[in-house]
Design a protein around this ligand. Structure first.
Ligand code: ZN
Length: 145
């Protein structure tokens, strides 16, 4: 039988791995992130689902970035970096892990132009923040139980 498949380390498929073309394209584009394992897979799913949102407030131009996670929204600040999830708080700040999947999702979404940008007026900032903080607290409550 002739060999019809090319074998390379990156084409091996492990059980449970998403094999859609889009997900494969992400894996090919960000080979350095493969070391993050399941976090990388989760980040790919998040980006493909349009879960990385950048809310821009005008005219000031201030931005709030949120990532829709399994339990709800998380706030992130990719420049610090910071994420409001408990994984970031306990594992990343504790020095045991390099990053959380929310921050990974943001980096991939930003580099591939998949940020979901939503524009608001500055007058809406307070209400927006209040609603998002409520979401974040809700997530914390759920993840603590
Ligand atoms: Zn996070």
């Amino acid at each position: 039988m002739p060999k019809t498949r090319l074998h390379s380390p990156s084409s091996s498929i492990r059980p449970g791995e998403k094999t859609s073309e889009e997900a494969d394209a992400f894996r090919a584009k960000f080979p350095g992130y493969a070391k993050h394992g399941s976090k990388f897979d989760r980040a790919i799913d998040t980006v493909l689902a349009g879960g990385v949102k950048e809310s821009v407030f005008l005219p000031s131009g201030r931005k709030v970035i949120t990532v829709v996670g399994r339990l709800g929204d998380e706030f992130i600040d990719p420049d610090k970096p910071y994420c409001s999830c408990s994984n970031f708080f306990f594992k990343v700040l504790g020095g045991r892990e390099e990053t959380c999947y929310h921050l990974l999702s943001y980096r991939m979404a930003a580099e591939t132009g998949r940020l979901d940008v939503v524009k608001f007026s500055d007058e809406e900032y307070g209400a927006y923040l209040a609603a998002t903080v409520r979401d974040v607290f809700e997530v914390l409550r759920k993840s603590a139980s």
